[in-house]
Write a protein that binds this ligand. Structure first.
Ligand SMILES: Nc1ncnc2c1ncn2[C@@H]1O[C@H](COP(=O)(O)OP(=O)(O)OP(=O)(O)O)[C@@H](O)[C@H]1O
Ligand SMILES: [Mg+2]
Length: 122
């Protein structure tokens, strides 16, 4: 039987608590490698399971958004590999929905208070 919306076996309170704990662990791990700033956003999304915790072959299922935590960090290039390791270690459970790390380049950073640019401004 296909799972209906919300039938994930994890209630919203547990999920939200778990996400807060994981976000905290990610923040702590990043702090240790010299993080300068972080943005955490409560988001909605889905990955391969389309919002269901299990995929049933042939089942008709609807796409459903799940509450997620989106973490954005801007780092100097030489910290990226260590940041990936720290995030992976802190967030990995081995279960579906562990999340993804998307890597992209930032063209410029301007620190408004001081007018600094580039690495100095990060
Ligand atoms: N390709 C993507 N583009 C944008 N956002 C994505 C993408 N893949 C995942 N996400 C975001 O990351 C969240 C977690 O993704 P998730 O870990 O479930 O990915 P997955 O591909 O389904 O892998 P898994 O099978 O391990 O669950 C999604 O709910 C969504 O918000
Ligand atoms: Mg998934």
């Amino acid at each position: 039987m296909p799972l209906k919306s919300g039938q994930s076996g994890i209630n919203e309170k547990d999920r939200s608590h778990h996400q807060a704990v994981q976000a905290g662990q990610v923040k702590e791990a990043l702090h240790e490698i010299g993080l300068k700033g972080i943005t955490v956003t409560e988001a909605k999304g889905f990955g391969r399971q389309k919002g269901h915790t299990e995929l049933y072959r042939g089942a008709e299922y609807v796409v459903d958004f799940l509450p997620k935590v989106k973490i954005e960090i801007v780092l100097e290039d030489d910290l990226v590999e260590r940041a990936i390791e720290a995030i992976t270690q802190a967030a990995h459970t081995g279960r579906i929905g562990d999340g993804k790390i998307f890597i992209s380049s930032i063209e410029e950073v301007i620190r408004i208070r001081t007018g600094e640019k580039g690495a100095e401004a990060v």
